[in-house]
Write a protein that binds this ligand. Structure first.
Ligand SMILES: *Cc1c(COP(=O)(O)O)cnc(C)c1O
Length: 323
């Protein structure tokens, strides 16, 4: 169902870099989470009748899983640790779209068992609920997705991404290429680098391109990201983590991030507000401190712009004092 996502040139700080438009992968099922959940469209999951997942009420994975569930005719229960009063009053973005697709979003604080779940990690709380609730009796029919789609299934769709990039680089007759993408859990960057290495190992030596996968942390810092990689791939497959000396806190509103988002959106491409501003700030630092040709940079736009419907008003309230 996916076509190959396009690559286009974009002006960034007076240089021309390339953008891999994974946000345009598919009208309803695009971006990072679509790559991660691609596996379930291309393997036999006819025994499944329901997805059970957990995460934030505004997450991109909530929306993408709701699309998947709707397409497959599956029920979808999604556990959250809280929903803000504002979002309940003004449903929008990923949350509203997921509900429209039939997602059943469950606030664990409102369950009869809430007392016992307090202090538990959300994924553990979900496991606990599923094992004790009789409506989940038939486990074979359930498909569990850990928070953020951090699972081995993700590699199937990311392998496809790797092969699209290698093919593009060959068509462009690139000698070298630096792929850059901002990380959350690091799942995408780790599997992408592993796949690039494995797929290039099957090529004739003369066709191999010097491809480096670069990423940055948007959650918890570089060491935490390295730990996340180590749970998924061997150390030889770790992508290179770069930083700009700042420590970023996920979802925290900052002037630098907002300014960078405004700058890159002037290119005519809309980026998202959680990962991309950090990504471009780190990339800017990298370009200014390394001798690398900008045309050898391929930045992956991992989608998520539906989340801007909730993030942008927050930024506007904070820095523009509108709304
Ligand atoms: C989930 C997501 C990421 C982070 O992907 P990881 O594999 O968790 O590192 C980055 N950008 C967007 C838009 C996402 O939705």
């Amino acid at each position: 169902m996916f076509s190959i996502s396009p690559v286009q040139a974009m002006n960034f700080e007076g240089r021309s870099i390339y953008i891999k438009r994974d946000d345009l992968l598919h009208a309803d099922f695009g971006g990072n989470k679509a790559r991660k959940f691609y596996h379930f469209l291309h393997h036999d999951y006819s025994h499944v009748t329901q997805i059970v997942a957990s995460g934030s009420a505004q997450a991109n994975s909530l929306y993408s899983l709701s699309v998947l569930a709707k397409q497959q005719g599956w029920k979808f229960d999604y556990y959250v640790s809280h929903i803000s009063e504002f979002l309940l009053q003004h449903p929008q973005g990923n949350y509203a779209a997921a509900i429209q697709n039939g997602a059943n979003i469950i606030d664990v604080r409102h369950l009869t068992d809430a007392k016992n779940l307090e202090g538990m990690h959300l994924d553990d709380a979900m496991q606990h609920i599923v094992s004790s609730d009789p409506s989940y009796a038939d486990k074979k029919q359930l498909l569990f997705i850990p928070e953020g789609g951090r699972c081995e299934y993700a590699e199937t769709g990311i392998a496809q991404l790797a092969s699209e990039i290698i093919q593009w680089a060959q068509d462009q007759q690139k000698k070298q290429l630096k792929i850059f993408l901002p990380s959350g859990t690091g799942t995408t960057a780790a599997y992408l680098n592993k796949q690039i290495i494995q797929q290039q190992a099957k090529l004739l030596l003369m066709d191999v391109i010097a491809i480096e996968v670069l990423t940055c942390s948007t959650v918890g810092g570089d060491e935490y990201l390295r730990q996340q990689f180590s749970q998924l791939v061997d150390e030889v497959c770790f992508p290179n983590i770069i930083n700009d000396g700042h420590k970023y806190h996920f979802g925290k509103l900052s002037r630098r991030c907002f300014d960078m988002w405004n700058t890159v959106c002037q290119s005519g491409i809309e980026f998202e507000l959680l990962y991309d501003p950090v990504g471009f700030l780190v990339l800017q630092h990298y370009l200014n401190s390394n001798t690398v040709s900008a045309t050898d940079i391929l930045y992956i736009h991992q989608g998520g712009v539906l989340g801007n419907k909730t993030m942008l008003p927050r930024y506007q309230r904070k820095f523009l004092h509108t709304v």
